[in-house]
Design a protein around this ligand. Structure first.
Ligand code: F6P
Length: 278
């Protein structure tokens, strides 16, 4: 089994344990994460759980998480960047959330072009895992920690159906607001407040997800290493596009571990149109 197989197997095996530990951890932790956001007890716990599992793998050289300041050096090999519980504020309202994993063949912070695989777990009514690797995307259902493939070579549907955009509407730029007015005539709004859940809908039905640059925060909210790059890798492997507004997220220069970036993901024609309007 190569290192990548071991990483994916470890993430799948951790999913039922992480899910099982959520119910008792719906409270806030005492700390903020390195991006200044309130951590939930579940964030801290999932982070520590995955750190132990992933740094123990022979062939993992670096480990970094959205929930901790620096990079952990744990040997020679691939670099793993995780968002242990994406959308964790949804734990309060019992809505979906997930875990994101990016595997880079370069020291962190790394370019999206150095990704060799990325994956996410979606904790919805059922637990699923999406894995992009060698240009293809596979969806698995996870039961008892075993991933069972249910959709091999998944691609974005040609006719887009849904859109979901973060940020308060008055804080959107005029150009982005104009784009929304144009596309909402044909698409249905689906926004759940956890990127994993919202992007999974785009992968299922076709459409576009964005957490754009805002008037008050031109860099947006989401983090390049832990969220933007891994999700871009999955969308692009499924035949879609990603953009920071001008270029593929995978071409954004990495400047810092916790750097934020405007994120737009979806069907090619919707992202092309967005770039022409921003
Ligand atoms: O921090 C990441 C995140 O929870 C994403 O999963 C989600 O897309 C976004 O923040 C939601 O932000 P907001 O609450 O501003 O809509």
């Amino acid at each position: 089994m190569d290192t990548l197989d071991k990483i994916i197997e470890a993430v799948a095996a951790a999913a039922p344990d992480i899910r099982g530990g959520l119910a008792g951890r719906r409270r806030k932790a005492d700390e903020e994460n390195p991006s200044g956001e309130t951590q939930m007890a579940a964030d801290v716990w999932a982070d520590e759980y995955l750190e132990a599992e992933l740094t123990a793998i022979d062939g993992v050289g670096e480990f970094a998480s959205e929930e901790r300041e620096g990079v952990i050096d744990c040997g020679e090999g691939l670099s793993v960047a995780i968002d242990p519980l994406d959308g964790s504020s949804n734990i309060k309202s019992n809505n979906s959330m997930g875990t994101i994993v990016g595997v880079y063949d370069a020291p962190l912070p790394a370019s999206g072009r150095d990704l060799v695989s990325s994956a996410y777990i979606l904790f919805g009514p059922i637990t699923t895992m999406m894995v992009a690797r060698e240009g293809t995307v596979t969806e698995y259902v996870i039961e008892d920690g075993d991933p069972r493939p249910v959709n091999k070579d998944l691609t974005l549907p040609d006719d887009p159906v849904v859109y979901g955009f973060g940020g308060r509407v008055p804080d959107w730029t005029d150009d982005f607001a104009e784009y929304v007015r144009e596309i909402e005539t044909n698409l249905k709004l689906r926004y759940g407040g956890a990127m994993i859940g919202d992007v999974n809908q785009v992968l299922t039905y076709g459409g576009v997800f964005a957490y754009p640059g805002l008037e008050s925060r031109p860099e947006g909210k989401l983090r390049l290493q832990f969220e933007g790059n891994p999700m871009a890798y999955i969308l692009e492997s499924a035949g879609g596009r990603s953009s920071d507004g001008e270029r593929s997220l995978l071409d954004v220069e990495p400047e810092g571990l916790h750097q934020r970036v405007p994120v737009h993901l979806g069907n090619e024609e919707l992202i092309d149109r967005l770039e022409s309007m921003l």
